[in-house]
Design a protein around this ligand. Sequence first.
Ligand code: SF4
Length: 350
Amino acid sequence: MLKILDTTHDQFVDAFRRRYGKGAHISSPVYRHVMKTGKTAFHELAAVAGLSELAGQLETDLALTPGRLIKRVSDGDVEKFVTRLADNLDIESVVIPMFRRHTLCVSSQVGCRMGCRFCRTGQMGLLRSLTAAEIVGQVYVARHRLGFDIRNVVFMGMGEPLDNLDNVIQAIRVLTDQRGLDIARRYITVSTVGLTAGIDRLARLDSAPVNLAVSLNAPTDVIRSRIMPINRSIPMAVLQASLLRYPLARKSALFVEYVLIQGVNDRQEHARALARYLAPMKVKLNLIPYNPAPGCQWQPPSAAAGDRFHAWLVAENVFVRRRGEKGGRVMAACGQLGGKNEPPGRLPLG
Ligand code: SF4
């Protein structure tokens, strides 16, 4: 098989030369054709048209199997799709409309071992990390099989991307290759619970940084350690030092996610402590009401509590946006991706 979904243009050209002994004048149009149009009928491609044996060989050789699309579920204009991988595990991806184009929320692992207590995926544990091809394949499917004009990619689906950093970095290189899927780096966001070694490595990635989002969700170490076990090994001060080192693109900011949970992190003193923690950084905070999965014990905040918390943050000069719950009914909202891999009978601990 000739791999394409996990190769940049130049890697593909090298592999093509080794396999078929043909140069970039043939392999480069093949790469562009597949990645930009999703088409694999090579007889219609001028560079290959006169080489019918090669065209036929390519149609069978190209490893274009990111998995099998097995389910699509819509909630208004948000759509979740499920891909069944070669080893029969399922991953979920979510298409979210953004003006005329779309954002794709991709998974980076099947399950997750970070164990955040408000998160459905976290309750599955980690089954395995995705390959770069399986990550890129989600964008390929959304664009070329489902027909969405994907402009933004956010690594906020199942899994902790920095726990699978080699493959995530390779996927970013493929996604941003202008001769292929051509997604601008400023339109890619990697979301993490705060694995500082990974953040530092991502900071040194190639020439331009991608956006970084941090799932913070708490104003103090006591609360954060209670709802996010990672905080016991990487406390908030260590995380903050790493975030301060992260290079921001011009006119950009760090994105911070804060899931508001009734009775856990929703008091005025929490808003004040959160504002103090964020003050040294250039931050855009997304305030997200907790989205309970069936069987969980915690409750989402009331609309009034959400309003109050938002107002307290504004009064503390925090740049804060309230994120709606687009996708809640298809279990595609924050912390709700799980799928059939979830062990039966295990629900979020709450
Ligand atoms: S919130 Fe993210 S890092 Fe935490 S358990 Fe869920 S998927 Fe993993």
